[in-house]
Design a protein around this ligand. Structure first.
Ligand SMILES: *Cc1c(COP(=O)(O)O)cnc(C)c1O
Length: 376
């Protein structure tokens, strides 16, 4: 038996992530590997921290990239901050809110679930009611951009409410970072995590996270040790900081960090606000074209994510047949529905490097062809 090198096809990735990675980032990935404590590499890690502070719009000194995917960033926030004695208000309007809840229950903490319909933003009034009814709640946790449905929640208002009720905030920004307005310091977010493969358009496997001073103080005053060794941020921090000397914690994914650095340099060159604007513009172009094809959005217009467009699959059209056709004939990947929306919706991503004119045009032309072919 012989084994050959794996040569992947050249796809256009317009699903829920990973998104298209720019040639510049792929090029950075293939540069020579250096030791993870090499002085030049440590200098690059420092720049990654500064660039992440920029994209998160924060001065938090604890701003790093975890060597693990977005779900590990989520888990890091919960296991570091939440103890079994704590009460956590968790907003659930899709798959990732459900995953947050799973983290809270596994810790043994007490969750208060604020359920909101899938395909809609988190209801701010419902959250306020929960905060009033549970004055002992210590955290409010919610997903800024629910990738499973395409709904954008009002993170600014939710965080302001939490602060008015002396709650710390834990925010999922896996899909929102880089794609929509997000201001960690102005909005007083205490713990936030993201992923490298959505609007940062980097390869998958890294999770930028940032903790406020207040979050760090909560971690420093825990009554119980953090159950996870790998995600214990008091240990990781010595690896990402320390003047001159760095303590070994684990071997950083050196080349993946080159890639993240490059994608952040690109975002810095463009300007974060310009990036938000580009996503909005591409979304408007796509939405106009989808309307011409007769496709309807699931999410109300004022709650839509520009970077993740969820449309109803027309009556009688075979979901998998269309997606397979797009992949086989156009090398184009769009996303299937998740959870409650499985078989009922397509999720069209315009994330990071994928949020470009040529992608919008390709997607609309390919969908038009597929819909003509598979319409009943
Ligand atoms: C993709 C995603 C995650 C999980 O990230 P992984 O890198 O797949 O672990 C979490 N939350 C949201 C909102 C996401 O879109």
């Amino acid at each position: 038996m012989t084994f050959n090198s794996f040569i992947p096809p050249q796809r256009t990735l317009m699903g829920p992530g990973p998104s298209d990675v720019s040639p510049r980032v792929l090029n950075a990935l293939s540069r020579p590997t250096v030791g993870h404590l090499d002085p030049t590499f440590i200098g690059m890690m420092d720049e990654v921290k500064q660039l992440l502070q920029y994209v998160f719009q924060t001065k938090n000194t604890f701003t790093i990239a975890l060597s693990a995917p977005g779900s590990a960033g989520m888990e890091a926030c919960f296991v570091n901050l939440v103890e079994a004695k704590d009460k956590v208000i968790v907003c659930r309007n899709g798959v990732f809110g459900q995953r947050m809840l799973e983290n809270v229950t596994r810790i043994g903490a007490t969750p208060v679930v604020v359920d909101c319909p899938w395909g809609e933003a988190v209801d701010v009034a419902k959250v306020e009611q929960a905060l009033i009814e549970h004055p002992d709640a210590k955290f409010l946790a919610f997903v800024h951009a629910e990738t499973s449905t395409g709904a954008l929640s009002d993170a600014k208002s939710l965080c302001a409410l939490a602060k008015a009720h002396q709650c710390l905030t834990i925010v999922d920004a896996v899909t929102s970072l880089g794609g929509v307005e997000l201001r960690v310091d102005d909005w007083q977010i205490d713990a936030i995590y993201s992923g490298s493969q959505k609007c940062l358009s980097c390869v998958p496997g890294l999770s930028p996270i940032s903790f406020s001073e207040q979050a760090i103080s909560v971690i420093n005053h825990r009554e119980t040790p953090i159950q996870s060794w790998f995600l214990d941020q008091s240990l990781v921090v010595n690896y990402w900081s320390g003047e001159g000397k760095r303590a070994y914690h684990h071997t950083a994914p050196v080349n993946s960090l080159y890639a993240l650095h490059e994608s952040l340099v690109m975002l810095h060159e463009e300007g974060i606000e310009n990036s938000w604007q580009r996503h909005k513009q591409m979304h408007e172009q796509l939405a106009a074209g989808l309307a011409e094809l007769g496709l309807e959005f699931i999410v109300p217009a004022n709650e839509r994510l520009p970077q993740l467009n969820t449309v109803k699959i027309p009556e009688g059209v075979d979901d998998a047949a269309v997606r397979n056709y797009l992949l086989a004939h156009y090398n184009l990947e769009i996303g299937a529905g998740l959870g409650d929306l499985a078989g009922k919706a397509w999720r069209i991503g315009l994330m990071g490097y994928a949020a470009r004119n040529e992608n919008v045009a390709l997607c609309l032309a390919a969908l038009k062809d597929a819909l003509t072919r598979f319409a009943k």
